[in-house]
Design a protein around this ligand. Structure first.
Ligand code: HEM
Length: 470
């Protein structure tokens, strides 16, 4: 195995990366092509690289040992990145943006909503909504696969967590989210703290988008309060939750957690599924193995929670898809106090960046890294890699609270849709990246829905490579 010796696994020595222009540093390069820029830093400069970003000292950490140091071993010395802290404008003190003691308290209050028994009841909702989506598709109809996945995962998270039907709100919320994401690109600009105070179009768009999201979420809260009888959903859990002193959350705290889960819980899985369809369309031999597993395990019936352990290849496909296209492609942290790592002093307040996108393409851990190969996820191969060579859900105290929900959702959605449909690419133009908070495609991915029964008679529409694959 290419990564089997300690020497090969050891981090490369620290280096100084591109400084860019005076004052703004490498901000322009980073803004133009963030994933390409970080990939370049890792491949050319090494595992710990110093550079300047937005007028600040910045450090890139490209080795699993360093990621563990920051996310786990020394996590108490870090806060979220400045940009994520600015997300408080939208998410207030929700789990994603909260810090310190207050974060721990909220995390304890929200955690029971993701216990095993609750996940079981969410599984039924996931399958029900996916079966409905499955009936909506028409043979040979062209669709924007990200739009479809967004619509589906939004309705699932709304129903599973808040017992309300949000399908009708999906397009309003998605549009509002687009503007919110626009805002985050704007926040990457140097001096954006100052620009925030001016009534510029992005600021006004953000305020409008926030109003739409707030209206939707407060309406859901009102409906839940007005409904008679207890409900087993997350919102009831949040409203009923008490800390050690017996205090409940304020309305504002509930709103912040609701909005955080609403946002964190649908776009990420939609992006993960979208890239998975894209990769399957280009790798028909993997798609065939996936179909064989799903047919063999389910014999035509809808999947259930208990089937998940048997859908091993389905999980391997998703793991490999999130390796190449991790929905969250970077994690940022800021040290509260200066610290030393590999002989380098990282000053207090420095920008510390780790990137799933870069780590997951490191040839030391993934030979031939650009190749889509679910076999990398056989348990013995997986075990031989350092833990933080793969971290799509982060790690330590800030590990994604929805990780188990997300795996379950993606496995059940993939299995349910694959029973009936294939999705074929309508053109063979490569799809690039648009790295926002999540890793979007740079254009819409148009796909043709084709019923499975007929699929073996037809060639895929993705070009020569595919035909060879078959
Ligand atoms: C493929 C799907 C998903 C991916 C890749 C993903 C990824 C992540 C990552 C990387 C973090 C850590 C961020 C950091 O440390 O700065 C995170 C945190 C979080 N995620 Fe997810 N997530 C996914 C799905 C979900 C779902 C389904 C939910 C909820 C239903 C959710 C809710 C959250 C919350 C609340 C946090 C903040 C946790 C805390 O700091 O205590 N995520 N997620």
């Amino acid at each position: 195995m290419a990564f089997s010796t300690a020497e090969q696994l050891g981090p490369k020595p620290p280096a100084v990366g591109p400084r860019g222009l005076p004052f703004v540093g490498a901000s322009l390069q980073f803004r133009r092509d963030p994933t390409g820029f970080l990939l370049h830093l890792a491949r050319v400069c090494g595992d710990l690289v110093e550079f300047r970003l937005m007028g600040c000292p910045a450090f890139f950490f490209g080795h699993p040992d360093y990621v563990r140091e920051i996310l786990v071993t020394r996590q108490a010395n870090f806060t979220k990145s400045r940009i994520l802290q600015r997300a408080r404008l939208l998410l207030g003190e929700g789990l994603l943006t909260n810090e310190g003691e207050s974060h721990l308290r909220q995390r304890r209050l929200v955690q029971p909503a993701f216990y095993h028994q609750r996940l079981q009841s969410y599984a039924e909702i996931i399958t029900t909504y996916t079966l409905r989506a499955r009936e909506r598709f028409e043979p040979q109809t062209e669709l924007d696969i990200l739009d479809e996945m967004m619509r589906l995962t939004l309705s699932i998270v709304a129903k599973a967590l808040f017992s309300t039907d949000a399908e009708g709100d999906a397009s309003a919320v998605s549009q509002a989210l687009d503007h919110v994401e626009d805002r985050f690109r704007f926040l990457l600009l140097p001096f954006s703290d100052l620009l925030t105070w001016l009534p510029l179009p992005p600021t006004r768009r953000f305020e409008r988008a926030k109003a739409v999201l707030d209206r939707t979420v407060y309406r859901i809260i009102r409906e839940r309060r007005a409904a008679s009888g207890a409900s087993a959903d997350l919102l009831s859990a949040l409203l009923a939750a008490r800390d050690e002193e017996g205090s409940a959350m304020t309305d504002e705290q509930v709103r912040d957690e609701v909005l955080t889960l609403f946002l964190a819980g649908h776009e990420t899985t939609a992006i993960g599924l979208t890239w998975t369809w894209y990769l399957l369309a280009q790798n028909p031999h993997c798609e065939q193995r996936l179909h064989d597993e799903i047919d063999g395990v389910l014999h035509g019936r809808a999947p259930r929670f208990d089937d998940i352990p048997s859908l091993r290849y389905t999980e391997m496909v998703l793991a490999e898809s999130m390796r190449l296209y991790p929905p969250v492609w970077t994690i940022g942290r800021m040290p509260k106090e200066a610290f030393e790592l590999a002989g380098v002093t990282i000053p207090q307040g420095a920008i510390c960046l780790m990137s799933q996108f870069v780590m997951h393409r490191d040839p030391r851990f993934y030979p031939d890294p650009e190749r889509f190969d679910p076999e990398r996820w056989h348990p013995d191969i997986r075990e031989s890699r350092p833990k933080f060579a793969y971290f799509p859900f982060g790690g330590g105290a800030r590990l994604c609270i929805g990780e188990r929900f997300a795996w379950m959702e993606m496995i059940l959605v993939l299995a349910t849709l694959c029973q009936k449909w294939r999705f074929l690419l309508v053109d063979d133009q490569p799809v690039g990246l648009k790295p926002l908070i999540t890793l979007h495609p740079d254009r819409s991915i148009q796909m043709l829905a084709e019923p499975r029964e007929r699929s073996t008679e037809n060639e895929t529409m993705t070009g020569e490579g595919d035909r060879e694959d078959r």
